[in-house]
Write a protein that binds this ligand. Structure first.
Ligand code: PGA
Length: 250
């Protein structure tokens, strides 16, 4: 069954005590929510403590990245097994900032998706075009290529654990949001790709989130579209009130 999801991507923000306070505040304020699954993805070093605070799993805990290796001599990397040992259930993979600043390719992201699913982590996989690609009318081709690359050799059983996030790069952190029509059009296109790669049922069940300057003032309109199942929220997820307000938009 398709779920409504609002996930917070904290990126590289907050120091440890501030982050823990924010987790507690979100947990407290989320009690009034219905009909939506909340996920928070703080930086790695917050996960262990956050996993204890969120141990009842009412709010899902996510990481922002993960290694493509199981274990061993990979200095500075964090493995899927390390994440699950802290109650982390989700992992954001292929965010445009990882693609742009750390040269992550669809091939690498595909490796990470496989190893994460093998280790019981649910990937939130990201796709999105840059402004020039949209202006050149290439956005559908770009998204199709990213989705095909990321889902290469992912089985029908494995896809059930995946959440897709459409994040037009030109809307991330810029204050520019895709219009409701642009979001719906692309989400429907993505659902069609999933239907062709797998089947109708899988496509109907997969949650597709919108990301890019989503905030309390525009979430309701974006989420009212039939193929928009929630949001991946950056800036606005750093304030408990805004994050909860967005989640109330369903
Ligand atoms: P933003 O970021 O909400 O700050 O635009 C979204 C994201 O990058 O996931």
């Amino acid at each position: 069954m398709r779920k409504n999801i609002v996930a917070g991507n904290w990126k590289m923000n907050k120091i440890f005590p501030e982050g823990i306070e924010l987790i507690k505040e979100i947990k407290e304020k989320s009690k009034e929510l219905q009909n939506v699954k909340l996920i928070v993805a703080p930086p790695y070093i917050f996960l262990n403590e956050a996993g204890t605070i969120l141990s009842d799993k009412q709010i899902g805990l996510g990481a922002q990245n993960c290694s493509n290796k199981i274990n061993g001599a990979y200095t500075g990397e964090i493995s899927p097994e390390m994440l699950t040992s802290t109650n982390t259930e989700y992992v954001i993979l292929g965010h445009s900032e990882r693609r742009t600043y750390y040269n992550e390719t669809d091939e690498l992201i595909n490796e990470k998706i496989k190893i994460c699913i093998d280790n019981r982590l649910k990937p939130i996989i990201c796709c999105g075009e840059v402004l020039q690609e949209r202006e050149d009318n290439k956005h559908f081709d770009v998204i199709e290529k990213q989705i095909h690359g990321m889902l290469k050799d992912i089985s029908e059983e494995q896809i059930d654990d995946i959440i897709i996030a459409y994040e037009p790069v030109w809307a991330i952190g810029t204050g520019k949001t895709a219009s409701s029509e642009q979001a719906q059009e692309m989400h429907q296109f993505i659902r069609n790709i999933v239907s062709k790669l797998y089947n109708n049922e899988t496509a109907n069940n997969i949650s597709i989130l919108y990301g890019g300057s989503c905030k309390p003032t525009n979430a309701k309109e974006l989420f009212s579209n039939p193929d928009v199942d929630g949001g991946l929220i950056g800036g606005a997820s750093l304030k408990a009130n805004d994050f909860i307000e967005i989640a109330k938009s369903f």
